[in-house]
Design a protein around this ligand. Structure first.
Ligand code: ADP
Length: 527
């Protein structure tokens, strides 16, 4: 009498689109294309298209921005038992050549906008046999060769469905191989009130590319609740704001850089956010000032942390019990931390020897994660990415607070090591962007003869601002320890970003490798 007597129902993602087709068939999927045109389909038509597509497929890769054809190709490729590889077109050409060969892709669906890149890489891609352009009529023609009389392949819920490569700041990119079950559990988690808070009434516009950790899982979560999905190939603030209004967007998600541009645009034009009531900010730390800006406009901010290896949601911030009794400042501090784990996810911090550290909100350590949507092993790698107890080292440094929130203090490779102690580059940056007139800031460690490393703060002023070094220092001195004050502050026109829109500390360290801090020069001067 070991097994129970309930029905067998493998957690396969094709049941998501089946559900949306059956229960929310008329709910729209809107695509805003790169050329400014808008097309509409719905869950019923998308499911039928995906079945047509599934009739003629193999291992599929996509090189595309967000639109309904791209979505259809996901369900089609997976529905026929294939593995979908979403390629990030912003990677370097040699990385693009490497990953498509490594993944052994056979069919590539791509956007016209990337045609030149495709032509350039064709000779390098050894396994791709078919190239189909999404938006020049080829895709429609290709689909018309089949009908939608098709049943999804039925098999194990642990089968692989998708491959996503991490940018690989060192060495070759590494592939994370998602499965039906991990993706389904992630989608079930994501729709809950304390995470993305999605429901049949929601209209969601993810401002995250579908090649970046599956647009944070939104294309899986949307059919689960049957919400209206708005996809856009173009992330310019004006386009986003137009869509907020024309489509009645209620929920959106994106990295801080996206919201910075949007806030600037809104401040300049005086336009409002329409029905937008819920914004998820993640991928990099959401600055306190940004959270406050949204709150003042009645928008609920969820601050999410995660990575490709965690599908990607690891934590999300949402009001806890006792929220109404908290002061404004306490509420802001709470959301400025990276949130709590949803059911299914576990976190701990450890020291360099792997010893678990206290959850006291003061001790920082290497952040480890485990759960059903956390990577176990990278694609085609022999060794495990997680240890014997399934703990995966995220490469982040964090503190765990007694109230359950996690606070990223840095990436292990970005912390500034000064006199044997750690200075959090993220905290310096967050603090600096709290100064009016500072648009963006980056802190990096510069070699120092006495302290090993000391912080250099690079600041981009907002348009028209002449904020001074002194104003920044005055603000910092109210919020950080004295020994955290940067040894130098430099004003720059812009800062480099990675393929996923984050500050590229690697590029900055390279740019400033010969930089001499005035404090270091003093020491040399003094002999
Ligand atoms: P990569 O940036 O290497 O391509 P990911 O896109 O998967 O990889 O990024 C994951 C990393 O982004 C995390 O390990 C963490 O350092 C950073 N990150 C994600 N969300 C947040 C957040 N809310 N606050 C601070 N850092 C974050």
């Amino acid at each position: 009498m070991k097994l129970g007597a309930m029905q067998d129902w493998p957690l396969r993602v094709t049941s998501l689109v089946d559900h949306a087709e059956q229960e929310h068939g008329a709910r729209e999927i809107v695509s805003a294309w790169g050329d400014g045109s808008i097309t509409r389909t719905n869950w019923r038509a998308a499911a039928a298209q995906a079945r047509r597509m599934a009739k003629g497929l193999d291992r599929v890769a996509t090189l595309a921005m967000n639109h309904a054809h791209h979505l259809t190709s996901w369900y089609g490729a997976i529905g026929m038992g294939g593995v979908l590889h979403t390629i990030n077109p912003r990677l370097f050409a040699d990385q693009l050549a490497y990953i498509a060969n490594h993944a052994e892709d056979r069919v590539l669906f791509y956007d016209k906008a990337f045609a030149q890149l495709v032509e350039q890489l064709k000779p390098e891609w050894k396994t791709i046999e078919h190239y189909v352009c999404f938006d020049n009529g080829e895709f429609a023609e290709w689909l018309s060769a089949e009908d939608d009389d098709y049943r999804w392949v039925e098999a194990d819920e642990r089968d692989s469905i998708g491959l996503c490569y991490t940018s690989g700041t060192t060495g070759n990119p590494k592939g994370v191989l998602y499965e039906h079950r991990s993706t389904m559990l992630h989608a079930l988690m994501e729709v809950t009130p304390d995470v993305f808070d999605l429901s049949a009434r929601a209209v969601v516009l993810p401002i995250v590319p579908m090649f970046h950790a599956n647009a944070w899982g939104v294309p899986w979560a949307a059919p689960l609740v049957g919400c209206k999905l708005v996809l856009s190939a173009d992330y310019r603030p004006q386009q986003m704001c137009d869509l907020f209004h024309s489509e009645g967007v209620t929920h959106s998600a994106g990295v801080p850089t996206i919201w910075l541009g949007m806030i600037d645009y809104i401040e300049q034009t005086g336009i409002d956010l329409g029905s937008l009531g819920n914004v998820t900010i993640g991928g990099s730390a959401a600055p306190r000032a940004m959270i406050d800006w949204f709150r003042k406009r009645g928008v609920k901010v969820g601050h999410a942390w995660g990575m490709t290896e965690t599908s990607p949601i690891g934590t999300c911030g949402a009001p806890p019990a006792g929220w109404d009794e908290m002061t404004d400042g306490e509420q802001l501090d709470y959301i400025a931390r990276q949130g709590r784990v949803p059911f299914g996810m576990q976190l701990r911090i450890v020291d360099d020897e792997g010893q678990e550290l206290p959850r006291d909100g003061m001790t920082s350590g290497r952040l480890q994660a485990r759960g059903p949507w956390v990577v176990k092993r990278y694609f085609k790698e022999a060794s495990e990415a997680a240890n014997a107890d399934n703990w995966f080292d995220t490469g982040d440094v964090a503190a765990l607070h007694p109230d359950g929130t996690m606070q990223i203090t840095d990436r292990a490779k970005d912390v500034i090591k000064s006199g044997g102690e750690w200075i959090s580059s993220i905290e310096l940056e967050n603090c600096a962007v709290g100064v009016p007139g500072v648009a963006e800031a980056a802190a990096i460690g510069i070699a120092h003869p006495k302290w090993d490393e000391r912080p250099l703060l690079l600041v981009v002023r907002s348009a028209g601002s002449d904020v001074s070094e002194q104003a920044i220092r005055d603000h910092l001195s109210c919020h950080i320890a004295k020994w955290w004050q940067p040894d130098a502050i430099e004003f720059v026109d812009d800062l480099p970003h990675t393929a996923t829109g984050k500050l590229s500390k690697k590029t900055l360290r390279e740019q400033f490798k010969d930089y001499r801090l005035p404090t270091a020069v003093d020491m040399v001067g003094r002999g």
